[in-house]
Ligand binder design. Structure first.
Ligand code: 475
Length: 829
């Protein structure tokens, strides 16, 4: 009976001595136990890494307690849940973040120090979990933190890649890629669920079957692979709620393939089975597109199929009536990468649950929402029909059925406008017949979100214009945000303490709107002093890192000017480098006396180029070539230094952002869907030098133009400028610096030629020439402001104070209300 069960549970709870305790002494004891029994080192002799392992296991134990309670609570309450489907997550390190969200930072630091270890040093032993490329993937991680913190009943689903994003190694200034076999040193943050497995099927044929006089399609697959769940508990801050990020790994299926074994080639059969694991083994390292690759498609379906089996099983545990499905389940597609979930849900509803096509489609359209993260047309994935037909024959049929229905609906709305029908069709006829995944997602989702106001306007007027005109009610936007837990509390503890002191509360860590309270003190001299002190200490940390990684000594009095993000032509790292060449050229041509007036700069660039992206790789090389010249020029000294930070990732960002004075977000207007790096810098009191692109437009609304350095063409001016092409007047200085590169001033003349060609006349698609003049003016304005430290500090305080709107807490609140229709479900303490 339930009474007996409760009594038994209580007895067990007593035997366990209740919950784990968090005072320093209990933590110490637990750390030592894990050193001895988990890490299997002697408690009398262990090093920093082993201390990290032991402490991580202590924290893991505490996470598991909360996680169990949360899952049980969700089960009891059975609220509507959101399932966040994303092929990528950039989690970075977990130890510090977990400790801070559990609220036991000081206790852990105490416990460690009494054992002779330093918390920071121990935390730095952890490697990054880099299961993603860039902005989209880090956004997923920030949103998971907000979902947990705000008590939403949410699940994240993804893939457990064995190889994360490649490590960037620089040799002679060139990028080389090294595999990131991140699981080599173990991963205490995941829990392997050997019994949570699902078969995922591929290939085969579609046949008909007759059941109770009705005809049904049935898919006879040719290959089965097992998906095994790895659960990563995600703790909220200031709550007991701890949600699940469930990542799938591919394993050979346990189903016995008698034939293969009976043919006698046992070794070959086992080796073949092992190949199954390749499905989840590697993350595609391109953040633009992966058109027409079979392995990529297999990954997508593997992920989608396992996740949906899990979601539908959870629903069926409690409910019988699929009409309730949309009341209990919201499926969020993170970009179109998981869009095969749409035909997969249809297949399950029609072929397995026998709901009938109309009912199935009606339900499907009520559960999906999707968010797009790009304005680049090449990122709108297309699947060649041939490929889909062989890998997922039944799904292709379903997509065709959806498209016939779609075309009928369309004709009712727009008549026989064949051009438009062809543009909007899910099936693209052409040299390679293919499926337009974006159109499928648009038609079958109830909502499509952009990631900033400007992005949403571009979606409505350009990228998805045809759809917007017919279904304007589907279009929303949720401006991106980042979590202040990681991007202030974890990465900038001194600033965190300072903010709490001046606001008289730590509540801003959960309630970001309170940050605005700092405005009141923007001119307070004692805040200025403390603010500058904190910033200086952070610069010192960054300077030490620079010296350790590149051997370069930099002056703390210089302005630290940072551009860190994936390397792309549209992000215009080349504009930055050409600006640096111009600065160098000016210094060289100055009279010695005038050099005293120059505001010293340390220019810092970091980021990875996709392995096959030639121009991006050339930008990296150019950066090194220019650095080589400048950093060794005795005329220049501390007035100008250029540093490339290798292997940029989440934990490097945590170090660099708090130490930056100025950061650059200089994409050609209309190309950056949102941008989230800028928000992290803003929160940390770093001033922005930026174009009016993506979310910067909204940052301007919050902090005002006067508190940043804006430049460049506006989005509506870009088309005209492109038309004008070579007839635009570009500044002489621009021609001069490009010429220096062309003429081999920095060496590698032949290698840089094609890069220079991309900014010449009609070829200057990203408008570096057109924007160069105003870029230099913005840079000059930054120099001028930096000299006036009082003004600079005020701007810096106002940046942090105005950053509240860019917390992912606000984004998630919006999604919950306006897109998913879910409510918080808080686990009692
Ligand atoms: C945007 N990645 C940023 C950020 O919304 C925006 C594409 C294809 C395959 C794998 N990854 C991708 C992206 O498209 C991506 O990262 N987009 C970025 O999403 C979050 O802030 O402007 O470029």
């Amino acid at each position: 009976t339930s009474g007996e069960r409760t009594a038994k549970a209580e007895r067990m709870f007593e035997l366990m001595d209740g919950f784990l305790k968090n005072d320093p002494l209990s933590l110490q004891k637990d750390i030592l136990d894990h050193v001895e029994y988990t890490v299997a080192r002697s408690r009398f002799s262990f090093d920093d890494f082993e201390a990290y392992q032991a402490l991580s296991h202590c924290i893991r134990d505490r996470l598991i307690e909360r996680w169990h309670d949360t899952q049980l609570h969700f089960k009891r309450k059975d609220p509507k849940r959101v399932y966040f489907l994303s092929l990528e997550y950039l989690m970075g390190r977990s130890l510090s973040n977990s400790i801070i969200n559990l609220g036991i930072r000081d206790q852990c630091a105490d416990a460690l120090s009494q054992l002779g270890f330093e918390f920071e040093v121990v935390a730095e032993q952890e490697g990054d979990a880099a299961l993603g490329n860039g902005g989209l993937a880090r956004l997923s991680a920030c949103q998971m933190d907000s979902l947990a913190t705000m008590d939403f009943p949410a699940w994240g689903y993804g893939l457990r890649y064995q190889y994360g994003l490649f490590r960037q190694v620089i040799l002679d200034g060139f990028q080389h890629e090294q595999p990131d076999y991140w699981l080599n040193f173990g991963n205490p943050w995941e829990i392997e669920r050997v019994h949570v497995t699902y078969p995922v099927k591929f290939y085969g044929t579609v046949e008909e079957e007759i059941l109770n006089g009705e005809k049904y399609k049935i898919w006879i697959p040719g290959e089965t692979i097992e998906a095994v769940a790895y659960d990563n508990p995600i703790p909220g801050y200031g709550t007991r709620n701890t949600i699940t990020l469930r990542l799938w790994a591919a394993k050979p299926s346990n189903q016995h393939d008698m034939e293969a074994y009976n043919t006698g080639d046992y070794i070959d059969a086992v080796v073949n089975r092992q190949r199954a694991e390749t499905i989840s083994s590697i993350l595609y390292p391109d953040d633009r597109s992966h058109q027409g690759k079979e392995l990529r498609l297999k990954q997508q379906y593997f992920f989608v199929s396992a996740s949906l089996q899990d979601i539908i099983r959870r629903f069926k545990d409690v409910h019988k009536d699929f009409n309730k499905f949309p009341d209990k389940v919201a499926l969020q597609l993170n970009d179109i990468h998981p869009a095969l979930a749409i035909p997969e849900v249809m297949r399950v509803f029609v072929d397995e649950e026998h709901l009938g096509w109309n009912k199935a489609f009606d339900l499907t359209c009520k559960i999906f929402s999707f968010t797009t993260h790009t304005v680049q047309a090449e990122a709108l994935e297309k699947i060649p029909v041939d490929l889909l037909e062989s890998l997922l024959p039944r799904h292709l049929q379903i997509i065709y059925d959806i498209n016939s229905y779609f075309m009928e609906e369309l004709k009712k709305r727009i008549g026989l406008d064949y051009n438009r029908l062809a543009r909007m069709s899910i099936v693209e006829e052409g040299a390679v017949k293919s499926i337009r995944v974006a159109n499928l997602s648009l038609f079958c989702s109830h909502t499509v979100n952009g990631v900033s106001k400007l992005h949403s306007e571009l979606l409505q007027t350009r990228v998805f214009k045809d759809f917007y005109e017919l279904w304007p009610e589907k279009f929303q936007y949720k401006t991106n945000g980042v979590t202040q837990r990681r991007w202030i509390v974890v990465s900038n503890p001194n600033l965190c303490a300072l903010i709490s002191k001046w606001l008289g509360t730590e509540s801003w860590i959960r309630d970001i709107d309170l940050l605005i309270g700092l405005r009141e003190y923007a001119t307070d001299i004692s805040l200025h002093q403390e603010w500058q002190m904190v910033r200086r200490v952070n610069k010192m940390r960054l300077a030490e890192y620079i010296e350790a990684t590149s051997g370069l000594k930099v002056s703390l009095d210089a302005m630290f000017d940072v551009q860190i993000k994936r390397i792309h032509q549209y992000k215009r790292q080349l504009l930055n480098i050409l600006g640096i060449i111009h600065r160098y050229d000016c210094i060289k041509n100055m009279a010695k006396d005038d050099r005293r007036k120059v505001v010293p700069r340390v220019c810092i660039i970091g980021g990875k180029a996709a392995p096959g992206y030639e121009m991006a790789k050339k930008m990296i090389k150019l950066c090194h070539a220019v650095a080589e010249k400048i950093n060794n020029d005795s005329d220049v000294g501390d007035l100008l230094k250029l540093v490339f930070i290798p292997d940029y990732n989440v934990s490097v960002a945590e170090l660099v952002i708090p130490g930056a004075d100025l950061s650059q977000h200089i994409s050609t207007a209309g190309h950056e869907a949102s941008g989230t790096g800028s928000m992290k810098f803003l929160m940390n009191g770093c001033l922005l030098l930026a174009t009016a692109d993506g979310s910067t437009v909204e940052i301007i609304e919050e902090i005002g133009e006067d508190n940043m350095f804006l430049f460049g063409a506006k989005v509506h001016e870009v088309p005209t400028l492109r038309e004008k092409g070579s007839t635009i007047k570009v500044p002489l200085q621009f021609a001069r610096v490009v010429r220096m590169v062309r003429d081999g001033y920095f060496g590698f003349q032949d290698y840089f030629k094609s890069l220079c060609d991309t900014v010449e006349g009609n070829s200057d698609y990203y408008l570096l020439g057109a924007d160069f003049g105003s870029y230099l003016e913005a840079q000059a304005a930054a120099d001028k402001a930096f000299v006036d430290q009082e003004k600079w500090t005020r701007m810096s305080i106002l940046s942090t104070a105005g950053s509240g709107r860019f917390s992912s807490d606000r984004t998630i609140q919006d999604y919950a209300e306006k897109t998913w229709g879910i409510e918080p479900c808080r686990c009692p303490l």
